[in-house]
Write a protein that binds this ligand. Structure first.
Ligand code: TYD
Ligand code: MG
Length: 467
């Protein structure tokens, strides 16, 4: 007879282990492995087949068929609709994650009010705040008169019974998933088992009724949705609400979306009357720029379908340490090391005796490799003490051989730069037609060394002028 096997499942990331351990190898969390039998589980072999109940016949259907009109409900808040890919999808579950206090409740209260004013039935369930607190916030947002249906409740069965009453809601907002608990699980509210079971129940509700469900989730210091990363796999879309301390702007970033693009961002500014949309983020990120200081280069980036211009600041200073410091804010540290190595190996620029600090202005975070060229320009500029032209933008990827590689959307990046008053550009030679505008006079190096020579050349030019 086959032995019934025992497995240990990490309650944080869902990884299956054959043996118990104090720490999960996959996600590094401690004390998250829980013993679970496999009898009746999927793929547990013939032994479990005997005990499986007889299946119920499910009606099969065709691909073509009636679907509800307007599968999406758009909030009318442009930046939010952009991030969700055109509005909340009926019958889907969306997870909105973010640090505590970043503005998740504010954003969803504004969305709820906007949708309710359009005539949708919106239910807002808060497990964190009392009704009076939510009303206070709504007053501050000028949304108190919107017909949003409000409840302060944490039990899943009670919530489902409440929303089953009357007309089916178009959107149910659960703030937050960590406060929910269901009668079906024994553990305390906030534990992984509870959160998982509660999320499952809400997702099942969304799929079976066609209502859109939004779950709010807090993020831990490490940047993960607290406890159940499995919730991320269960929902249809995941949005993160991010922002840097001390800055007023907030970015709503799509990290997963079964019904839309995943590279879109929505940009907001937190004001005393709630979140305001920022339709042109470049102006925000370029806001406090000082022309003519060495070590600053403007990067023409893309976020999804939208160009975003940001300033990259580098400081290269003589080091007193045996191993010089490399510190990066808003970019990838490994990528910085790569650029430094390419500059050393192919361009003869030495950083071995220097500390290097790199910062993306405004607390913005770049993930595109296209920023390589702007970073290299900022580094060389800081090292040589020669300021880059203030009206120039940079973009392009750098390969390990020192070649400058083309990137997508060159034309769009140039258009945006031109719109914001930039007069020149440094970009790779690409297949795209970039004629006209600032593309006409652009400098297109094929090797990084060409750009280094050009930046260093400004010193020689200046020296001859002085003579
Ligand atoms: P909140 O939406 O409660 O954050 P979360 O739900 O993500 O925990 O937002 C809290 C912060 O936002 C709080 O520090 C106050 C600030 N805030 C404003 O600056 N302006 C406003 O109009 C509102 C409602 C909040
Ligand atoms: Mg909140």
């Amino acid at each position: 007879m086959a032995k019934s096997r025992v497995q240990f499942i990490c309650q944080n990331c869902g990884t299956v282990h054959q043996r118990w351990a104090g720490k999960c190898d996959a996600c590094g969390e401690w004390n998250t492995l829980i013993e679970e039998g496999t009898a009746g589980g999927i793929g547990s072999g013939p032994a479990s087949l005997k005990s499986a109940r007889k299946g119920r016949a499910v009606a099969l259907t065709t691909l073509s068929g009636d679907i509800e009109d307007a599968p999406r409900i758009a909030s009318g808040i442009g930046e939010l609709d952009r991030a969700t890919g055109g509005g909340f999808v009926r019958g889907s579950a969306l997870l909105v994650g973010g640090d505590p206090g970043i503005g998740k409740s504010t954003l969803l209260t504004q969305a709820a009010a906007a949708l309710a004013n359009q005539g949708h039935r919106i239910v807002y369930v808060s497990g964190e705040e009392a009704v009076a607190q939510i009303r206070l916030r709504a007053q501050r947002l000028g949304a108190a008169s919107a017909p949003v249906e409000l409840a302060a409740e944490t039990n899943v069965e009670d919530i489902l019974a409440t929303i089953a009453d009357g007309k089916r809601p178009d959107l149910v907002i659960i703030d937050s998933i960590q406060t929910l608990w269901t009668d079906l699980a024994d553990s305390a509210p906030g534990t992984v088992t509870q959160v998982r079971a509660a999320a499952q129940a809400m997702i099942r509700y969304a799929k079976s009724t066609g209502a859109a469900v939004v779950l709010v989730g807090h993020v831990t210091k490490e940047g993960q949705i607290a406890g159940p990363r499995v919730v991320e796999h269960m929902v249809d879309a995941v949005l993160y609400f991010e922002g840097e301390g001390g800055h007023h702007f907030r970015i709503l970033r799509t990290v997963k979306n079964r019904f839309g693009p995943t590279d879109e961002i929505g940009v907001f500014e937190m004001s005393d009357k709630g979140l305001r949309e920022v339709a042109n983020p470049s102006e925000l990120f370029l806001g406090e720029r000082h022309a003519k200081s060495p070590g600053a280069a403007v990067f023409a980036g893309m976020e999804g379908t939208r160009p975003v211009l940001v300033e990259i600041q580098a400081l290269v200073a003589p080091s007193s340490l045996g191993t010089p410091r490399r510190a990066v804010v808003g970019w990838d540290g490994a990528r910085l090391s790569m650029i430094l190595a390419v500059l050393e190996a192919h361009c003869g620029v030495r950083f071995g005796q220097h500390d290097v600090y790199l910062n993306v202005a405004g607390g913005y975070r770049i993930s595109e490799p296209a920023a390589d060229l702007a970073v290299a320009a900022a580094l060389v500029s800081s090292l040589t003490g020669l300021a880059l032209p203030a009206d120039c933008v940079y973009f392009g990827e750098i390969s390990l051989s020192g070649a400058v590689r083309p990137v997508a959307h060159a034309q769009q990046r140039l258009k945006e730069s031109e719109k914001l008053g930039f007069g020149s550009a440094v970009l790779p030679v690409g297949s795209e037609e970039i004629a006209g505008g600032i593309g006409a006079g652009a400098f297109q190096p094929t090797e990084l060394a060409d750009l280094v020579t050009r930046i260093a050349g400004t010193r020689r030019g200046r020296a001859t002028e002085d003579e």
